[in-house]
Ligand binder design. Structure first.
Ligand code: UD1
Ligand code: MG
Length: 470
């Protein structure tokens, strides 16, 4: 990394073509905002302290969306074009020497290798700097690269200003520039809004430097997919697809089996250990961490979860901010949320919801239960249909269930309540008082049997009269 390097990321625009109330750089692809995706790549070539993001449209939200400490922001109060945006960053930069790397904030597919190649690109005549270029079958919308007879970049002509032959140029500007910082700031004042859009175009800097006798070299990158700029939601979807397929490939090469990789959505920060299997149509979001040897069943959605070694998540589990212990089984159709914690070797089955609840080691809640604000000890069994009534309409209350407790099916535990270690709750009970250790609690109406009653009733019912005259 060069100490003489400053990076400016342009992120102030609204992005009219997105047709959104949200600033373009806040839209997400690959599980993070466009801006964070770019920052992730830039951090591989420069420390956070060297990065300035120019914000303007929804500046506060954009600032707050950046999680990396140390990154600085410059404000562009009025969006007068990319050239104007860079000028707004000048006062925030520590120095004006060395290299000035400028990136559009709407190109999330960029690879660090390309940035490195641009920074290291040496061309004997390129005193002004270098820019990345690529070729597109359809260059519509992009700035066209005009080369001189030596093959250096003489100018970038914007779509709106391009005429005749220029429109047929397929080599385009993806918005990645590395200028000699001193020269850039010396001549940046010469950018004028003298164009059909009345904007200050950063791209004019190439012609300005050429005019002053400084040359800019093109670094032609053959893989155009990494240079796609996002201007519409169609392009956003394309970028999302590419980022996710890159992530899936990276994981597969690291020893994770992914069945039907095109069908899964795995966010950038997700980690998965070797020999884990991810079935089709799984979504792993946010900062989910899955250890080695786990199995994630089809259709499951996990956000910000931790899954320990050899755990098995069966199909259609929806879990957020929760942890699943080593060797445990969850699903199918379970719901975990708000810090649900499944300890090692526990079982959570179909249509069981856990909220702010810890299920102890080896404990089981296998069918149709709601466990909220509860702590359940090790080796307990929660019967089918058990409900913790944690909410009285105003406040939430805790339920505490000790170790080796047996809660019979269809029990209603009215919180706050505590069930002592080794206690039994009879099926169908409504429990409103604490149950002491090793006790049996029965909280239901007793059964009354009336022999012969049903038969008598049948005999009392009149035979139906035949209808019609047939
Ligand atoms: C720009 C380039 C074009 C290039 C294309 C690549 C210019 C004049 N044109 O066009 O040559 O082919 O990118 O994708 O630079 N921004 C600001 N402040 C502003 C305007 C824009 O910060 O006043 C930011 C936007 O938030 C965005 C980036 O600059 O992240 C590019 O702006 P955009 O309007 O998308 O430029 P393009 O028309 O795509
Ligand atoms: Mg753009």
């Amino acid at each position: 990394m060069s100490s003489e390097l400053n990076v400016v990321i342009l992120a102030a625009g609204l992005g009219t073509r997105m047709r959104s109330n949200k600033a373009k750089v806040l839209h997400e692809a690959g599980g993070d905002t466009l801006l964070n995706q770019i920052i992730r790549v830039v951090l591989q070539v420069a420390p956070a302290e060297r990065i300035v993001a120019v914000v303007g449209h929804q500046a506060d939200q954009v600032r707050r969306s950046v999680r990396v400490p140390g990154i600085r922001f410059a404000e562009q109060l009025e969006q007068k074009g990319t050239g104007h945006a860079v000028l707004c960053a000048r006062s925030v930069l520590d120095n004006a020497d060395g290299k000035l790397l400028i990136l559009n904030g709407d190109g999330p597919l960029l690879r660090a290798e390309t940035l490195r190649a641009l920074l290291n690109y040496c061309h004997p005549q390129a005193t002004g700097g270098a820019i990345v270029t690529t070729r597109l079958n359809d260059p519509t919308g992009y700035g066209r690269i005009v080369r001189d007879e030596q093959g250096l970049v003489e100018a970038i002509v914007e779509q709106k200003a391009a005429r005749g032959e220029q429109l047929a140029i397929t080599e385009i500007n993806p918005g990645l520039y590395c200028f000699d910082a001193r020269l850039f700031w010396q001549y940046a004042g010469e950018i004028t809004p003298d164009n059909p859009a009345k904007e200050y175009y950063l791209t004019d800097m190439v012609a300005i430097l050429t005019r002053h006798g400084y040359k800019v070299a093109p670094l032609l990158v053959p893989d155009e997919t990494e240079l796609l700029g996002i201007n519409t939601r169609v392009e956003l979807a394309q970028a999302d697809k590419i980022l996710r397929s890159r992530k899936a490939q990276e994981l597969m090469l690291a020893g994770v089996t992914i069945e039907n990789p095109d069908s899964v959505a795995i966010d950038m920060d997700v980690e998965i250990g070797a020999d884990s299997v991810v079935e089709a149509n799984v979504q792993l979001r946010g900062r989910t961490r899955i250890a080695a040897g786990c199995h994630i069943g089809s259709g499951s959605y996990l956000r910000d979860c931790v899954v320990e070694e050899n755990a098995r998540v069966l199909p259609y589990v929806v879990a957020e901010n929760s942890s699943i212990g080593a060797g445990s089984f969850v699903g199918p159709f379970s719901r975990l949320r708000l810090d649900a914690e499944i300890a090692g070797g526990a079982h959570v089955g179909n249509f069981v919801e856990l909220k702010k609840t810890r299920l102890g080691e080896g404990s089981k809640a296998n069918h149709l239960a709601y466990l909220g604000d509860s702590t359940i000890g090790a080796g307990s069994n929660i019967g089918a249909g058990t409900i913790t009534c944690n909410y009285d309409g105003q406040k939430k209350h805790p339920t505490k269930i000790g170790e080796k407790v047996f809660v019979g099916s269809n029990s209603t535990l009215v919180a706050p309540i505590s069930i002592g270690e080794g206690a039994y709750i009879a099926a169908g009970s409504v429990i409103t008082k604490d149950v002491e250790q090793d006790a049996l609690a029965v909280g239901r109406a007793y059964q009354v049997d009336k022999p012969g009653w049903a038969k008598k009733r049948r005999n009392l019912v009149k035979e139906p009269q035949p209808s019609g005259s047939a």
